[in-house]
Design a protein. Structure first.
Length: 275
């Protein structure tokens, strides 16, 4: 069949256009299929953006490691557990470990008041993610432990107990991670119905073989596990406060003793560059 040359040119040109359009459409489709839209949890996470904390946001920390003025050496590492939550923020979960170190530790001597050398116990905190932590709002300062914010709580509602039993509870509270109490001591505390939170903690820790409250706070675990350990810590502190509190205050003189479970307030400031 004879085709007019002018019509042949039009036909070929139209074919090129169709071909170019087809190739372009294929590339466009390929690009879209190579980067699929997130779905399910990923899409939900993308939509639910975490917001930063406001400047100088107050946070509660719980002391894990026992500290004493003069006894805790300068430079010694110290651990705390985060005990605050801010829904919708980028703050880590409750039980997250916050680290620091002792920056000043001095015991008060018998002439401390006369020589102006009172007991001192300060701790500097490491950053928590993108947040620097301070003992005071709007300025970078160490946490200052003193006799007013340490020691044992004075609770008249806590049960009374024997001196031997109170000494055992103090061991349970202060024994560091990796050190275990004697099995018979753990069993006697595990069956103590007067201390329901402590009894529950020890019963649930039977399978893990760990009866250290310090280790339980440092492990964090789930929020329920952390809450269980903290409830036991507070219960033990309450009993010790009633049964040993006055005695400890007389024996320690004017020195500072921060037990595990001591709560402090710190202030978070973002270290991210401002836009």
């Amino acid at each position: 069949m004879n085709i007019d040359p002018s019509r042949r040119i039009i036909f070929i040109s139209g074919g090129v256009v169709v071909l170019v359009l087809a190739v372009g459409l294929g590339i466009f489709i390929g690009q879209k299929s190579a980067t699929p839209r997130p779905s399910g949890p990923e899409r939900t996470a993308a939509i639910a953006q975490k917001t930063p904390l406001p400047e100088n946001a107050p946070l509660k920390l719980v002391l894990i490691d026992e500290l004493t003025s003069g006894g805790s050496q300068t430079g010694s590492p110290v651990r705390f557990a985060l005990n605050s939550s801010v829904p919708g923020s980028d703050l880590p979960g409750i039980g997250t470990i916050v680290t620091g170190k002792v920056t000043w530790s001095r015991a008060e001597g018998t002439l401390g008041a006369l020589t102006d050398t009172p007991a001192r116990l300060n701790v500097a905190l490491d950053p928590l993610g993108d947040y620097s932590l301070s003992g005071q709002p709007r300025e970078k300062q160490d946490i200052e432990f003193n006799r007013a914010n340490t020691g044992l709580p004075e609770s008249s509602s806590a049960p009374t107990t024997t001196e031997e039993h109170a000494a055992l509870l103090e061991q349970l509270l202060t024994t560091p991670s990796g050190v275990s109490l004697p099995t018979d001591a753990i069993e006697s505390l595990r069956s103590d119905a007067a201390l329901p939170a402590t009894e529950k903690f020890l019963s649930q820790s039977r399978s893990s073989g760990s009866a250290s409250l310090v280790a339980a706070l440092a492990t964090g675990g789930t929020s329920a596990e952390f809450e269980l350990a903290l409830n036991a810590v507070n219960e033990v502190r309450s009993v010790l406060g009633r049964n040993l509190g006055a005695l400890k205050r007389r024996l320690r003189g004017r020195n500072i003793h921060a037990y595990p479970g001591t709560e402090v307030t710190v202030y978070a400031t973002s270290s991210r560059p401002k836009p």
